[in-house]
Design a binder for this molecule. Structure first.
Ligand code: AMP
Length: 503
């Protein structure tokens, strides 16, 4: 089934129900939302030759049009390629090339120019061509029929190899994801409002699906991002609000609430995940806001979640093991099986840490045009997550480590290898290694260890400028140490362990 049928159904059932808001201002009701999606779909075909299976890339900061565009793309059986709005133009160009995108919709309309050049045609949101799209005749047709395994969402995650990989998610994956959400994460109803403070190119956008099925309201903050006082205002205004927040956002929200006395009025559920939540922060959050928190642990390869803790599970203080449960990432969601395995993929007994393997209906089809990476990640239907954890007797999963060395800063994953590759491209840099160091505000900060050519005076200012010109600013190291050489093992592999000890 085409998941765009959910929008079609809600628009028929409750056409006048308010659907999309920008701040507190109504942007479209369900009739208008579906009509705009149909027009965009039709316009993509007529003006840009897009048809089923073609990829359309979306490089936009959060706005209501993101949802209209995604559904317009799906309406005609095409594939959405969401791109994080914080990426550098050169990084966007890589994704456009790798995905073979036939069109890019961006805020500025000049990403191609900024990147040097791309072969991908580009239109600007709000420009003349966008206007033509939304003014295309509305033929009123139903979404094109799609099968369970037909591609819907091609999401680029950064790989440990440094090159982003396209995670292929089908209409079936997205439907299963949404059904699990409604069973395990939180109940969904038309009375609720979902806010989008986190990037809609990531899980934030996919969260829309169960709420579109329910005919609920969707609100994009005017800041187009996370601003704790704006969230408070919107929650009070709309009531029964739900949103996803990275642990860093929750910390900011708590700081503001301490200062102004806000106790979460108007918030139904804050779903946190994407990075470790320190238990002290969670205790503070529960004390101030009460049982309004649900947790998810997942990855792009199995959205939104692998494991989940509902609001009741997070707030529970009655079970004898409540403290260890609260520090876990919860239990497998309804359609997922988990096992913990050693390096040879043999099962480990409960309580013993090993790699987390998952199987089920939310697991991706594979990586786009990358059979080698797919074969590495998927074994007989089991996805190797690259995360290390242990399962207890009751099925609660606790994460202990990240096999992939990924740095999580402000809830965003930063892959050291990607940053290292940029650093070593600098003509004066001989070697570089990047690690995450603990940081009270961001979770982790990025620290680079750099070896420069002999007699060379290149230091932090030059490398800072270089990184700024080559990659998104959230990936730039904020700390540098210059060394005569990097510690290595007998095979010449850099010992990050030793670097961590250096701090
Ligand atoms: P991404 O594919 O960008 O969503 O990143 C997924 C990775 O983030 C996972 O493989 C974990 O390492 C980490 N992660 C996700 N959710 C959690 C969580 N609830 N607690 C700790 N780490 C998490």
């Amino acid at each position: 089934m085409n998941i765009a049928n959910w929008l079609d159904a809600s628009a028929r059932r409750t056409p006048d129900a308010p659907a999309l808001f920008y701040g507190t201002e109504l942007h479209a009701d369900y009739r208008g939302f579906a009509a705009r999606a149909r027009r965009i779909g039709e316009g993509l075909t007529r003006a840009h030759g897009i048809s089923e299976g073609d990829r359309v890339a979306i490089f936009l900061k959060n706005c209501p049009e993101v949802l209209e565009l995604i559904f317009g793309i799906w309406w005609i059986g095409a594939v959405a390629v969401p791109i994080n709005a914080k990426l550098h133009a050169k990084e966007v160009a890589f994704i456009l090339g790798d995905s073979g995108a036939d069109l890019l919709v961006s805020d500025s309309g000049d990403v191609g120019d900024q990147a040097g050049s791309t072969d991908c045609p580009e239109i600007a949101l709000g420009g003349v061509e966008w206007q033509h799209l939304i003014e295309t005749d509305d033929c009123g047709g139903a979404p094109l029929t799609r099968g369970r395994d037909d591609l819907a969402w091609l999401f680029y995650t950064s790989g440990t190899t440094g090159r982003p990989k396209g995670v292929m998610l089908s209409h079936g994956n997205l439907i299963s994801m949404s059904l699990c959400y409604a069973i395990d994460v939180d109940q969904v109803s038309s009375e609720q409002t979902i806010l989008y403070p986190a990037p809609m190119s990531h899980g934030g956008g996919l969260y829309a699906l169960p709420y579109i099925r329910a005919g609920a309201r969707h609100v994009v903050p005017l800041s187009r991002g996370f601003d704790a006082s704006e969230i408070e205002q919107l929650a009070r205004h709309f009531d029964e609000t739900v949103y996803f927040a990275a642990p860093t956002m929750i910390r900011r929200q708590i700081e503001l609430s301490r200062a102004n006395g806000y106790r979460g009025e108007g918030i139904r559920t804050i779903i946190y995940g994407g990075g470790p939540m320190y238990s002290g922060d969670l205790d503070d959050a529960l004390e101030l806001f009460g049982g309004r928190f649900a947790q998810i642990y997942g990855q792009g390869e199995s959205p939104m979640t692998i494991t989940v803790m509902s609001r009741d599970m997070v707030a529970d203080e009655a079970h004898p093991n409540w403290r260890t449960r609260r520090e876990s990432v919860g239990i497998a969601q309804a359609c997922i099986e988990i096992r913990i395995a050693d390096e040879d993929l043999r099962d480990l007994p409960s309580g013993v840490p090993g790699e987390i393997l998952v199987r089920g209906d939310t697991v991706m089809i594979g990586y786009w045009q990358n059979d080698a990476a797919t074969a590495e990640a998927l074994h007989d239907g089991w996805l190797r997550t690259g995360d290390i954890g242990r399962l207890d007797e009751d099925g609660y999963l606790t994460l202990t480590d990240r096999a992939k060395d990924v740095i999580i800063s402000g809830g965003t994953n930063i892959y050291p290898r990607e940053v290292e590759e940029v650093l070593v491209r600098h003509p004066d840099v001989v070697e570089a290694a990047v690690i995450g160091v603990p940081d009270a505000e961001w979770g982790e900060r990025i620290k680079a260890f750099v070896v420069v050519a002999p007699d060379c005076t290149t230091r932090e200012p030059e490398l800072e400028a270089w990184c700024r010109s080559e990659m998104a600013s959230f990936k730039k190291p904020s700390l540098y140490t210059f060394l005569p050489e990097l510690p290595k093992n007998a095979y010449g592999k850099i010992l990050k362990r030793d670097l961590r000890e250096l701090g």
